[in-house]
Design a protein around this ligand. Structure first.
Ligand SMILES: [Zn+2]
Length: 316
């Protein structure tokens, strides 16, 4: 459904009475929840959080420990931001500090170390590649040599990042980055993609009790495409790297892409070994059947009006 239409549908939720009534009618009120944000402006972010009153943000750790102890989590939610984009973190952190809102930032550590995220590379291809046909390269794991037009190529790339092993994904993405360099003469492709927050900035922000930095893996690879060894590496190494920077405990993991097809049973098992809990992007609230290593979240975006944020929360 078009976002414009969804925003339009959510018009009644401009009334906080409708919001509260829907929540209690659907018996959703007792369930605390975790919000997931990506890139969005501080104005939209604060309008979303403000719209959820009387519910208030609590630290993610507190939400989970209350849930584990069977205490009430009514009117409680936690704020999380994924991916470590510098401008997103810095601008929205300002808002969190101003309002005293606890926040968790999930970091893919290779991105902080200079490797752009797979979907950022695809966004670059989408904006720069000409409308032509492209031959897919042969890779170690496939012998297909298909020819795709630009639109199909972008769809194909957006599909494989959700499920395939990152070695194979990297090979294909680097092949197209090379095309940009050789055929288009593009030199500084990094400057055209969103900058990551730096370790120094993470260290500074983490000194504040309101902020928590947690693991979003090393490479932002889909867990379902990884072997046991690779999963151990992605989870344990990223945990250690962040702990070394902040000097604080990293006890939670956020599955890259967060969709069921991107999360294998094996990855849930390994996350259970290293983390107290792990979060997905499967929509929902905490309830008595929640699996601590497969927690739902409610994702909100820049083009959502505050009324739509309310509607999504009330229906989740
Ligand atoms: Zn992510």
């Amino acid at each position: 459904m078009q976002n414009k239409f969804k925003n339009y549908l959510s018009f009644p939720f401009n009334s906080s009475l409708v919001f509260k009534a829907t929540e209690s009618l659907l018996n959703k009120s007792p369930g605390g929840y975790i919000l997931s944000f990506h890139d969005l402006s501080p104005e939209v972010f604060s309008s979303h959080v403000e719209s959820l009153k009387p519910s208030i943000p609590v630290p993610l750790n507190e939400l989970i420990s209350r849930y584990k102890l069977g205490k009430s989590i009514k009117n409680c939610f936690a704020i999380t931001f994924d991916d470590g984009v510098k401008s997103t973190i810095k601008n929205n952190w300002e808002i969190c500090m101003k309002n005293n809102w606890p926040v968790t930032f999930y970091l893919p550590t290779n991105y902080i170390n200079g490797d752009n995220l797979p979907f950022q590379k695809i966004e670059l291809f989408e904006s720069l590649l000409k409308n032509e046909n492209y031959k897919l390269p042969k890779t170690s794991n496939s012998v297909t040599e298909r020819i795709l037009n630009k639109k199909k190529l972008i769809n194909y790339l957006n599909e494989i990042i959700y499920v395939k092993n990152n070695q194979e994904v990297e090979e294909i993405l680097n092949y197209f980055l090379k095309i940009l360099q050789t055929s288009y003469g593009l030199k500084n492709n990094k400057d055209l993609m969103p900058k990551a927050i730096t370790w120094e900035e993470i260290k500074q922000i983490s000194k504040n009790e309101l902020a928590s930095f947690q693991s979003h893996s090393l490479s932002h690879a889909a867990c379902s495409g990884l072997s046991k060894q690779e999963l151990e590496n992605e989870m344990l190494k990223s945990k250690r790297i962040i702990e070394n920077c902040t000097g604080k405990n990293v006890n939670s993991f956020c599955y890259p892409y967060g969709a069921p097809k991107s999360i294998s049973k094996l990855s849930v098992e390994i996350a259970s070994k290293y983390f107290d809990y792990a979060t997905t992007l499967i929509k929902g609230r905490l309830n008595k059947n929640s699996n601590l290593h497969y927690l739902p979240r409610i994702d909100l975006y820049q083009d959502h009006k505050a009324s739509f944020a309310r509607m999504k929360v009330a229906l989740s």
